[in-house]
Write a new protein. Structure first.
Lengths: 97, 491
């Protein structure tokens, strides 16, 4: 297996992009584990994919269009039922502006 | 009728239709079985006894209905599937207390078919794992040996079925999560073709890989459940408008014939290489010989990019996971961190407190492979290799009726023994995940017990898109000619 170095700073950057906090202990652990995992991924570099179209989905059928009509499928009350913080009309979040 | 819970789904239906058993009695029998076995197997996150009994009584009030193919049959459902009014957590702290406002398509179908939903099965958090050890709530245990994992991520479903808590369960399979726990718990699991079953209401992990399917104690029982959940649903645009087959008839035909005359099975040689535990290899070889003795023509085939499948799979699955799990932001549902100053801190803290370590790893790696500068080398490259893998599956399946190979390189392992090295855990999925990349159906069935461990060994039949009926026919014939593995020794 080839070596791949992922620094704790790399991990911190990945965490920020992912909107996650990672403790210094976890940063060290993840840096080591991500290095191993990404080194393992290098097996792909050896595969000749010249001229191969990426396959993003195994779907083989054509999408079936429907009329672009709004349907009322959920009540406001139901949609807000699981809100950690709502006021009966809207989801409430900390002040933004 | 002393051991109603050990009956096949078909025999239980017969008892219900002839009123030897009421739906309420059937549900109560399973609830009693749950009370007796749950302290050992921990297969369930939520049991809804009151509503289950109420729906059973409502069925009894109307009387048996032969137009409902699961009339009065108690079932369980993986907790990655949305159930209206019944907690749904995906095994994660971030969905603690979440109460869905709608049923998944497959849950709607179960209810319409007359099934009684007993509760929700444990799973690896967001279906990310191979042993059901990554549940935020508790590990599940294997009914054959409670010190061992039941497999994963649908380990709660497999343990529940094997322990006789229900007659069938629904799981989901992103990289083997139905087939592998079925194999490790000695039951039958079917991962349908991508698009055969609607994903509406399945909490998404890898959207181009996820598929819902049944786990049960026989091939015929799986066929009965597939007949109920398969079909077009406009709410999932990847759900195919492909015609349905008579799955039950296919399984019955195979079982009755108990012969594989005229069936050509391909053995992908890359699945029989190093890394296969000796006891698994021995059990597989015996099953291959049994298939040959039953008339099957056994041929060697090759899937040359198998060595690249694990890397391909994990790049794609993690990329899709990082995107799918962005929705858990603490705003609309699920856990929200308290005492936050601003919106950004709300996102960071809610997610950091709510997700477990394996989920964080996959989100971060997925974000990395999609990020600027790495996208082409990882994500796009993996999608290219995915096409090569899909094409070579189709080529191999042009030479035979189905591929026949092991499901897991090992039998169930001891809880806690493989937990600290994520890469080693990913390698355990080597035989199952390429099928999801290709979008093909796979049927996992028990073929024997490992000579060393005494634990179940499973093998899978894999076929072309929408060949479920053929797989069920061949699987039922195999089941008829292989010696039964018996009941779980751990209960």
């Amino acid at each position: 297996m080839s070596e791949k170095t992922i620094s704790q700073a790399d991990v911190a950057h990945m965490a920020t992009l992912s909107r996650l906090y990672v403790s210094p202990d976890e940063q060290a652990l993840f840096a080591r584990q991500f290095g191993d995992i990404l080194a393992y991924m290098d097996v792909l570099a050896e595969v000749d994919t010249t001229g191969v179209e990426p396959l993003y989905s195994p779907v083989q059928h054509e999408g079936i269009p429907r009329e672009d009509e709004a349907r009322h499928v959920r009540s406001r009350e139901a949609v807000l039922a699981n809100a950690p913080h709502g006021d009966g009309e809207y989801f409430v979040v900390p002040r933004i502006v | 009728m002393t051991d109603f819970c050990s009956l096949s789904l078909g025999d239980a239906l017969d008892a219900l239709h002839t009123r030897r058993m009421t739906a309420e009695q059937a549900t109560q029998a399973c609830l009693d079985r749950i009370a007796a076995t749950e302290p050992v197997v921990d297969a369930l996150l939520h049991v809804d006894a009151e509503n289950a009994l109420a729906s059973a009584r409502a069925l009894d009030a109307q009387g048996p209905d032969t137009s409902k193919p699961l009339w009065g049959i108690p079932v369980t459902v993986k907790d990655a599937l949305s159930t209206k009014g019944m907690p749904t957590t995906a095994g994660s702290r971030i969905l603690e207390g979440f109460m869905p406002i709608y049923d998944a398509f497959v849950v709607e179908r179960l209810k319409q078919a007359g099934a009684v939903i007993l509760g929700k099965n444990n799973l690896d958090e967001f279906a990310m794992g191979s042993g059901t050890e990554n549940s935020a709530c508790k590990p599940s245990r294997n009914p054959w040996d409670p010190q061992c994992v039941p497999g994963g991520s649908s380990g709660g479903s497999a343990a529940s079925v094997a322990a006789g808590q229900c007659f069938a369960s629904l799981g989901s399979d992103t990289g083997g999560s139905i087939r592998q726990p079925a194999a490790l718990c000695g039951c039958v699991g079917l991962k349908p073709t991508y698009g055969r079953v609607s994903r509406y209401g399945l909490i998404a992990y890898g959207s181009s890989l996820d598929q819902v399917g049944p786990l049960a104690r026989s091939v015929e029982d799986c066929a009965r459940v597939l007949s109920v959940i398969a079909g077009y649903d406009e709410r999932d645009t990847t759900c195919a408008p492909a015609p349905l087959d008579d799955y039950l008839d296919a399984a019955r035909t195979g079982r009755r014939a108990a012969s594989l005359d005229g069936v050509r099975l391909g053995l992908p040689r890359e699945f029989y290489g190093d890394g296969l535990a000796p006891e698994v290899r021995t059990a597989c070889n015996k099953a291959i010989e049994a298939a040959r003795a039953a008339g099957a023509d056994i041929v060697d085939v090759s899937l040359p990019h198998t060595h690249a499948a694990i890397a391909t799979y994990y790049i794609i699955a993690m990329a899709e996971a990082s995107s799918n799990l962005a929705r858990f932001d603490g705003v609309r549902y699920g856990r929200r961190a308290e005492n936050v100053e601003n919106l950004e801190e709300l996102y960071f803290r809610s997610r950091s407190e709510g997700f477990g370590q394996e989920v964080k790893r996959r989100i971060m790696l997925g974000t990395y492979v999609l990020s600027s500068g790495y996208y082409d080398a990882y994500y796009r490259k993996a999608a290219q290799v995915r096409r090569l893998i899909r094409d070579e599956y189709h080529a191999a399946l042009g030479q035979c009726d189905a591929l026949f190979c092991p499901v897991s390189p090992v039998t169930a392992w001891k809880i806690g023994h493989k937990n600290d090295d994520p890469l080693q855990m990913y390698l355990m999925d080597a035989y199952t995940l390429s099928l999801n990349l290709a979008g093909l159906p796979g049927l996992s069935l028990p073929v024997g017990l490992g000579a060393d461990s005494g634990l179940p060994v499973g093998m899978q039949l894999m076929g072309l898109p929408f060949s479920e009926a053929a797989l069920l026919r061949i699987g039922a014939a195999l089941e008829a000619v292989l010696p039964a593995i018996g009941s779980p020794a751990g209960l």
